[in-house]
Design a protein around this ligand. Structure first.
Ligand code: A2R
Length: 315
């Protein structure tokens, strides 16, 4: 008997791994049609969904799959999956935490350093021949000794803080509850944290509870010399407020891997040489994407064999 799995928008490497491993596992893979649903004759047989973190798995899709047992999200963030609805239907939701901590932390640090030292602008300066024609470019900012603030101190936030430790003058963080064993200073109010630091790094989950958390007020507190780094989800930052603050000089700079309306970045940010932009690639290395795909497949295998999931999303 074939085991039918619906595959939604997986990145190429994960898609290839799943395609290669499906026959030996007895899995038949299906893709959604233009309406986002599998063909009606297939929908009733689908027991697993393998979805990228950018794919929406909503109540409409879940309800169209009466035999569904597991939604395996290929990402740590699962804000586009209706977990409550899945649970109400007895469907297990899994994600891929931990295996991407190092890569996301590396990119957060890269963005912070590149924004402070204006790395892309410096690179463009050399390539455009301006070094030869105009002489040295304007000075940038020193990264070491600055005060760094983290919005979020979970698996990835801690990896970022550990990388920052040898570099930072001070590290503080804001979460809803202080982290018991963290050596860094907890700040109970996000606006206060932003006012106290030079660089604010955003690494909280997306979704309703964090939407717009980095508001105009937070950006104003960060101030004209402050730098915002976002490696979490675009919606956590009020992007209109960010554009207004950057273009008016009320914010010093921004390093962004995520945006409100991906794959689109606002023209005002593209035109600004005070921000560094990357296309949501924090986990996009061969090693990490292999590990994420392997964990997603392990979750599918476990649940579809009647075993507990390897990495279910928390309650
Ligand atoms: O607030 P707490 O105590 O639950 O701490 C969590 C924090 N957090 C928040 N902090 C302030 N205000 C909120 N409304 C809020 N909601 C959550 O975010 C915790 O310190 C951190 C999340 O940590 P983990 O669950 O371990 O997530 P991980 O693996 O670090 O990934 C974070 C996110 C992913 O969900 C993707 O969206 C992105 O990074 O790649």
């Amino acid at each position: 008997m074939s085991i039918d799995i619906l595959v939604i928008c997986l990145p190429a490497l994960a898609d290839d791994m799943l395609n290669r491993q499906a026959p030996e596992r007895g899995w038949t893979l299906h893709r959604p049609g233009p309406d986002g649903l599998p063909a009606p004759e297939v929908a009733g047989r689908i027991v697993g969904v393998a979805a990228s973190g950018a794919a929406t798995v909503d109540a409409r899709l879940i309800d169209a799959l009466p035999a569904l047992k597991i939604i395996a999200v290929h990402a740590v963030g699962y804000d586009l999956t209706d977990v409550a609805h899945a649970r109400s239907r007895g469907v297990i939701v899994t994600h891929t935490p931990d295996v991407l901590n190092d890569d996301v932390a590396d990119l957060a640090l890269l963005l912070a350093l590149a924004t402070l030292r204006r790395l892309p602008a410096m690179d463009a300066y050399v390539r455009a021949g301006r070094w030869a024609s105009e002489g040295p470019p304007p000075l940038s900012r020193r990264a070491s000794g600055l005060k760094y603030g983290l919005l979020g101190l979970g698996r990835i936030g801690r990896a970022i803080a550990e990388r920052l430790a040898p570099l930072a003058g001070e590290i503080a963080y804001h979460t809803r509850r202080p982290v018991a064993d963290a050596p860094w200073r907890h700040v109970p109010n996000l606006v206060d944290l932003a006012a106290q630091v030079d660089v604010l790094i955003v690494i909280v989950p997306g979704g309703a509870s964090t939407r717009g958390l980095v508001s105009a007020e937070v950006l104003a507190a960060l101030g004209p010399n402050g730098v915002l780094i976002n490696v979490a989800r675009g919606e956590v930052v009020d992007q209109d407020a960010l554009v207004a603050a950057l273009t008016s000089g009320r914010l010093g700079g921004a390093g962004l891997d995520v945006f409100a309306d991906e794959p689109n970045a606002p023209h005002a940010l593209i035109d600004s040489d005070r921000c560094v932009l990357t296309p949501h690639v924090a986990s996009a290395t061969v090693e990490t994407r292999q590990a994420m795909a392997a964990l997603m497949i392990a979750n599918l295998e476990a649940v579809l064999s009647g075993r507990p999931p390897v990495s279910p999303v928390p309650d």
